[in-house]
Design a protein around this ligand. Sequence first.
Ligand SMILES: NC(=O)c1ccc[n+]([C@@H]2O[C@H](COP(=O)([O-])OP(=O)(O)OC[C@H]3O[C@@H](n4cnc5c(N)ncnc54)[C@H](OP(=O)(O)O)[C@@H]3O)[C@@H](O)[C@H]2O)c1
Length: 338
Amino acid sequence: MDQSLAAWQPRPGQPLQLDPVEVPQPGPNEILVRNMAIAINPVDWLLQDSALFPWLDYPAILGSDVAGDVVAVGSIVARFKIGDRVLGQAVGATTNRPAHGAFQTFTLVLSNMASHIPPNISYVDAAVLPLGVGTAACGLFQKDHLALEHPSLTPKATGKTILIWGGSSSVGCNAIQLAVAAGYECVTTASLHNKDMVRSLGASEVFDHADQNVVDQVVQALRGKDFAGALHATGNMQHCFSAVSACDGRRFVSTTLTPPADRAAGVETNQIFATSLKDNEVSDAVYVNFLGRALAQGKIRPAPPAQIAGSGLASLQTALQSQKKGVSGKKIVVTLDN
Ligand SMILES: NC(=O)c1ccc[n+]([C@@H]2O[C@H](COP(=O)([O-])OP(=O)(O)OC[C@H]3O[C@@H](n4cnc5c(N)ncnc54)[C@H](OP(=O)(O)O)[C@@H]3O)[C@@H](O)[C@H]2O)c1
């Protein structure tokens, strides 16, 4: 196990290139995962196309979502042992360490950014979760965002309602599930054909984001509710800010992308950085104390559903292109046969 294979990003604007890489040793709080499935996120093709993160050196190993088997554990890791099936949010694009990237045979994962995969969940299904969960968790639970109650296996109703704009996206699906598990009612937007899917994840009301009256419909749905703020996962950000500005309650939008300068007045906002939970209490609240058990008990479902783009690291380039073309209520996944 001295060498492994990685899909390197040589420079921005170039295709992935398969080359060997040394298998790293886990640091004290890390686990080494032999990847069995890797999922694709928009940031992966963004970082392939351009140097979006100025701190990231190329050649780089991109990718955030892994599911696989633990093959080595760091000296202070007590939650995992060799042979455990795990999912993990890989943080290489933040730490600027290729060993932390997902697009390779073995990935070093921070133990507080990993959860056990229960026997009832496949590697493919588990791989759809990490970045969607992590991003949603930053927006919902961090003190500098919506600061909601943490998720629980036995949630108590808070009596409060939140708005998730873009409920069928990867971030949106997981934001709905985590907010419901934290005791909040969830109003959301999606295309009509994804309405049943987002409802099945726990959204109480779903509005068609393509309807020209969507802002009024959302405002009407939130009237009289104890409003706890919004998470903008995807879609028209101006619409989301307009709806929130017309609501009573917490006028705050946590955003996945840069908030527009000319947004509706009187609405506070903050942009999510999806790996920031690794350094605060939210990773414990979600990855350590909640996600593995919630999956085992069926309280969180892998969503959006996986769409397999191929097998082997050589399929990652096609998978990136599929994600870039756009998905609707689906997560692109590549399987590895290690
Ligand atoms: N800040 C961070 O750290 C961070 C982390 C992760 C993601 N992000 C960003 O967050 C966004 C969402 O990421 P994701 O992985 O969740 O995306 P995704 O799963 O690829 O999003 C797909 C969804 O976007 C919806 N959509 C596409 N075009 C739309 C439009 N014009 N209006 C409304 N909805 C539209 C579709 O909904 P329907 O099919 O139902 O219409 C589709 O289900 C991306 O911009 C991503 O780059 C940021």
